[in-house]
Write a protein that binds this ligand. Structure first.
Ligand SMILES: NCCCC[C@H](N)C(=O)NCC(=O)O
Length: 457
């Protein structure tokens, strides 16, 4: 474990994930060119994103099951091949249906990548390292967005549609070749487990689902990931530039700030999870509460919000990205290694389903408010936008309630195993009392660490 080979394998797997994110985000930055090429309406264009995300979310559980059966090498290589075919199809597509087939293939290949990368971690690294590596995987993956925003857009403008999408396809060939050559599912000398039968696969799926820790991961991902996704992938820019009236350069700067904050926060969240594994769900709830509070402040602010408040909004939303990676830590630590892929797939459905529903719901509400006359003919009217964004509170509150209920189940199961979980406030009080009674031994004393450990989940 933690050998030089492990680092190479992780490096190439992360490269394949980065390339997957480049492919995922490449269509979004080619919106104007796509409108011209396909002579498509806004609705037809949004179908490309919806198809891709639906395929991605729908394949998470099958992919989780398949990665436990066939291993990460096969899945990451296969995913890269599918994305290459999808981008090549899009490069030559001349109509919306032809283009949709390309995006469908990209969504399928993308779906195979992240879960398979996560599946490698418990095999190749020591448990204490994994929370930080999970965060770093997310961070390096995000850089794929920069590849589509800068070099891909440059090729698109200089050489045109076909060359740009063929270049993207070529990147996936590179990822497939490297993954095939470098990635190994198990260390040398370790015998690969016999592939499970169909019946055993079914048992593993139901076992992963019945494990309350997996569902705690699912609800954590559902609750904490969508607000950032909705902001970055759909409504953030129009909200800032149109409804809040920011200069387009300032709106773009805030979107860049989002990426920077997510990059900087990842290692802190990873280190927190390594040091306080018993306080992961409290961290998720804290980020959820902060998200709700900052949106409430922006929405209740009379008229347009001041710039400082929008900066705070963007920073809080950005923390949701690293926060959502905590969910995969639940999948890993509450399941045996043989079904970590399946459990990770289940968890990963959460955030993408909530993001899709909220993105779509906000669009429907904005349309309805416009056609009812509420927006005064302006789709991005400030009051209408504020009303539509309130949909997020339903998902934040519903997710938090489900998360608390699942955490209760996890803690009850742990109590049966003799681990009594203390609420956070009681652990903090106990730590303070101990610090007062034994000055100098306080925050670092064993008693306090034990008190902290008593709150797993
Ligand atoms: N540093 C932010 C990364 C967020 C990643 C996100 N939580 C996630 O679920 N990713 C899955 C994927 O396929 O990208």
């Amino acid at each position: 474990m933690d050998t030089r080979r492990a680092w190479w394998i992780w490096g190439i797997a992360v490269f394949a994930y980065l390339v997957a994110i480049t492919q995922r985000t490449s269509f979004g930055v080619a919106g104007l060119a796509a409108t011209e090429r396909f002579d498509a309406s806004a609705a037809a264009l949004s179908a490309f994103t919806v198809v891709q995300l639906l395929v991605y979310a729908g394949l998470q559980i099958p992919v989780g099951v398949l990665v436990d059966r066939f291993g990460s090498r096969f899945m990451i290589t296969g995913g890269a091949v599918l994305m290459c075919l999808g981008q090549a199809q899009l490069a030559f597509a001349a109509s919306v249906p032809e283009g949709l087939v390309g995006r469908l293939l990209v969504g399928a290949g993308d779906a195979m990548t992240f879960v398979s990368v996560m599946r490698l971690l418990p095999t190749w690294f020591r448990p204490l390292r994994i929370p930080l590596l999970t965060q770093l995987t997310g961070i390096f993956g995000m850089l794929g967005q920069i590849l589509s925003a800068v070099p891909f857009v440059a090729v698109l403008h200089l050489k045109g549609w076909t060359s740009a999408f063929l270049s993207a396809a070529a990147l996936s060939i590179l990822a497939a070749v490297l993954a095939g050559i470098v990635i190994r599912d198990v260390p040398a000398g370790v015998v690969r487990p016999v592939p499970p039968t169909l019946r055993q696969t079914g048992q593993s799926l139901s076992g992963a689902w019945q494990q309350a820790g997996t569902r705690l991961g699912l609800w954590s991902h559902f609750t904490v990931q969508f607000a950032g996704n909705v902001f970055v992938l759909a409504w953030g820019y129009p909200f800032l530039a149109s409804a809040q009236g920011l200069d387009p350069a300032m709106a773009s700067a805030l979107m860049t700030l989002f990426v920077l904050v997510a990059l900087v926060c990842g290692p802190f969240v990873g280190t927190f999870v390594s040091r306080h594994p018993m306080r992961r769900s409290s961290m998720v709830l804290l980020i959820t509460a902060a998200t709700a509070a900052v949106w409430l402040a922006v929405i209740l602010y009379p008229g347009r919000a001041p710039l400082w408040l929008l900066v705070v909004l963007v920073m809080v939303l950005a923390v949701g990205g690293p926060g959502s990676m905590i969910a995969f830590d639940f999948a890993r630590t509450f399941n045996p290694v043989s079904r970590v892929g399946t459990a990770t797939g289940i968890v990963n459905v959460g955030g993408f389903v909530s993001a899709l529903l909220v993105m779509f719901g906000i669009g429907v509400i904005l349309d309805a408010l416009k056609s009812s006359g509420f927006s005064g003919g302006n789709l991005y009217d400030l009051q209408a936008f504020k009303l539509a964004l309130c949909l997020q509170f339903i998902f934040l509150a519903g997710g938090a309630v489900a998360l608390l209920a699942t955490r209760r189940q996890v803690r009850d199961e742990m109590a049966v195993q003799g681990v009594v979980v203390q609420p956070l406030w009681r652990a903090v009080l106990q730590r303070r009392r101990t610090a007062r009674v034994e000055p100098g031994t306080g925050p670092h004393s064993h008693t306090n660490d034990a008190g902290d450990q008593a709150g797993r989940g």
